[in-house]
Design a protein around this ligand. Structure first.
Ligand SMILES: [Cu+2]
Length: 657
């Protein structure tokens, strides 16, 4: 018998619990049935495991309480996962074509994907890192989701009415970025550049002299127009920063509203050179004991830009480093050591920083920062003239929690949760006044081992002004021994943790086999008001009726010179028209409306040989345009199993020679 096999007395305790649960829900059952006891014993489950199973089980037809939006990493996607079941509910194509959704095949979605490569060609991947839900007064409002592409310095806007990507903007002055965070009312979405390049971008030898003199970082404030549901590049701006690698950012809130905090690393300005016998970047960038927390008065920066300050570089207005320093927009505070997380507490009063090579989290007081700025309590200036606030003047506490602290989330009881990469653990610790006072303040409460090497973590609304508590998800980089071997590309490991009680408890493992998720956010499902169908004839890009939407009875084929327009409808179980004849060299434009009003009555439109594949949800209208270069007879068909006669939902395109 294995040591962890459930004892009979433990089963008895659990039986009582189950029986009580049964009574409360009217399910009956005065005792745990014999066969259930046998099942638990046969599977060698511990009481903790049975409890976790009951806590996370969502029966067929019942819904999860929360949605987690997580980056899909190199897949360029967003994954939508139900909590507590940890079931994958949706994949949203963002920076890469996604065939199931027909994303990147229609004219509408090709426009969204754009041409952002160095040679103005489309890029067909992205490294999604930081999802950021739109906020109203510092709380998630369930309307929009933003996510960055670290790999190519892009930012995307997803509309949560239909969970589809509506816009991608390319940072014109950077090739990498980190973070996507929103201001408390979503007027700005911020990205930091990760790896500095020459500013303005131009070719030059990567030497130390050039790096120090010409390379720069940037904080990019994308202006979001909520009414239009789009970022407005013309009203966006950047702040020029020293060539330290700006990393995670967080907007202030409540008392610190109007400010933003960005951590940085490689203040050493290491540039590698391993082939010339120089130390690699990892060594060079880890020499200093302190890097710099960037403290930015972005309201003042926006005012200066509105007054016409700054210069325009590649169409983007940029407040220069000198203007930022001269006008009191930018300050530094020392932060230990190669930091990653940088998280503002729920009341906006503290900023928590995890230094990857420091066993402490360092907590800055916003009030002390403001006082130090008023007192000009500077310990000096960096080589670019930025004033550095005295460390002791701005720090509220340092709490020793373990090795490799990265990222911090908060609950509704004054606790903070920090991922520990090197320890492979989540540390729960307490904030200071007014959250906790006396001996209860600034105290490590518990360390829960996770499997393994956790990067970010996320808790229910854990970065808002009203954290929800209840659940936390550890986003682990290594799974090692947690899953069956499916080859050398191991899945990432999400672990659901119960944080509702005094002690954190591990509930569930979820493998992620589609990319390396970086960060996630969790929102109560009741806050997301998504559509079940589109009003018939809706253009998904504008979310408005499309003037070219096709009504029943108005299907037609119209030739305009060498362009053939096919106005088509899809409904169970046929396309109208279903026989189309064009000539070689014609441009063919399909305007297709799914005229179904029934939810889940989805059709697809796939045309052989021409790389055409659409998803037509009920009511959706989409356009696909291509040149018929090759003569032949090409079947098209519905790719969604929509009815008993789904296989018959097809037609022929004849391309005459
Ligand atoms: Cu169909």
């Amino acid at each position: 018998m294995r040591a962890n096999r459930m004892s009979l007395s433990a089963i008895a305790v659990l039986a009582v619990a189950l029986a009580l649960a049964g009574c409360q829900t009217g399910g009956g059952g005065a005792a745990l049935p014999q066969d259930l006891q046998g099942l638990i014993q046969a599977r060698e489950l511990t009481p903790e495991q049975v409890r976790a199973a009951i806590q996370t089980y969502v029966p067929p037809g019942k819904y999860d309480d929360y949605l987690m939006f997580t980056s899909g990493g190199q897949g360029g996607q967003v994954l939508v996962i139900g909590i507590p079941s940890m079931r994958l509910l949706r994949v949203i194509g963002v920076f890469a074509p996604e065939p199931w959704q027909g994303y990147g095949f229609s004219q509408e979605t090709q426009e969204v994907l754009g041409h952002h490569g160095a040679d103005r060609t489309p890029i067909s991947w992205g490294d999604t890192h930081h999802p950021a839900l739109s906020e109203t007064n510092g709380e998630y409002d369930g309307q929009f989701l933003f996510i960055n592409d670290k790999g190519n310095a892009r930012m995307a806007v997803i509309d949560l009415r239909d969970f589809a990507t509506k816009q991608i903007v390319k940072n014109p002055n950077a090739w990498s970025n980190h973070g996507a965070v929103v201001s408390p009312n979503t007027d700005y979405v911020l990205e930091s550049t990760q790896y500095a390049i020459p500013f303005p971008p131009r070719p030059m030898p990567v030497t130390q002299e050039n790096y120090n003199q010409y390379f720069r970082g940037l904080a990019t404030f994308w202006r979001f127009d909520r009414d239009k549901g789009r970022i407005d590049p013309a009203r966006s701006f950047q702040i020029e920063l020293p060539p330290y690698w700006q990393d995670l950012a967080d907007f202030g809130k409540l008392v610190s509203d109007g400010w933003v905090f960005i951590n940085s690393f490689n203040t050493e300005r290491a540039i590698g050179g391993t082939l010339e016998g120089k130390p690699p970047v990892e060594i060079g960038a880890s020499a200093n004991d302190m890097d710099y927390l960037h403290i930015i008065d972005y309201r003042k920066a926006a005012e200066l830009v509105a007054q016409g300050k700054g210069t325009v570089v590649n169409g983007m207005r940029v407040l220069t480093l000198k203007e930022a320093v001269d006008n009191g927009v930018l300050y530094f505070a020392p932060q230990p050591k190669s930091p990653h997380g940088n998280d503002v507490a729920p009341r906006g009063d503290y900023i928590v920083v995890g230094g990857k090579l420091d066993p402490n989290v360092t907590v800055y007081s916003f009030e002390k920062i403001q006082q130090a700025i008023r007192d000009q309590a500077f310990s000096g200036r960096d080589p670019y003239g930025v004033p550095i606030l005295k460390f002791d003047a701005v720090v509220a506490a340092q709490v020793k929690i373990g090795l490799g602290p990265l990222h911090t989330m908060f609950d509704d009881k004054g606790n903070a949760y920090t991922s520990l990469f090197l320890d492979s653990a989540v540390a729960k610790w307490t904030l200071g006044p007014p959250y906790k006072t006396g001996d209860d303040a600034w105290k490590l409460v518990q360390k829960l081992p996770v499997q393994y090497n956790i990067g970010h973590l996320t808790a229910v609304e854990g970065d808002t002004v009203k954290p929800g508590g209840k659940y936390l998800v550890a986003m682990n980089k290594w799974s090692v021994d947690q899953y069956s071997n499916v080859g050398p590309l191991f899945p990432q490991n999400f672990q659901l943790i119960d944080i509702s009680g005094d002690e954190m408890k591990l509930l569930y493992n979820m493998p992620i086999g589609v990319g390396e998720p970086h960060l996630a956010q969790i929102i109560p499902i009741s806050k997301v008001k998504s559509w079940e169908t589109y009003p018939v004839g809706t253009n998904p890009l504008t979310m408005q009726p499309d003037p070219r939407a096709v009504q029943p009875g108005k299907q037609r084929i119209v030739r305009e010179g060498n362009t053939v327009h096919v106005y088509m409808t899809a409904m169970r179980s046929h396309f109208t028209p279903d026989r189309i004849r064009v000539r070689r060299g014609d441009t063919v434009v399909f305007h297709i409306t799914n005229i179904e009003k029934t939810k889940d009555a989805i059709h697809g439109f796939a045309l052989a040989g021409y790389n055409i594949n659409l998803s037509l949800e009920p009511g959706k209208h989409e356009t696909v345009r291509f040149r018929a270069t090759t003569p032949g007879v090409f079947p098209f068909y519905c790719t969604e199993f929509c009815s008993a006669l789904h296989l018959e939902m097809m037609g022929y395109l004849e391309v005459a020679p």
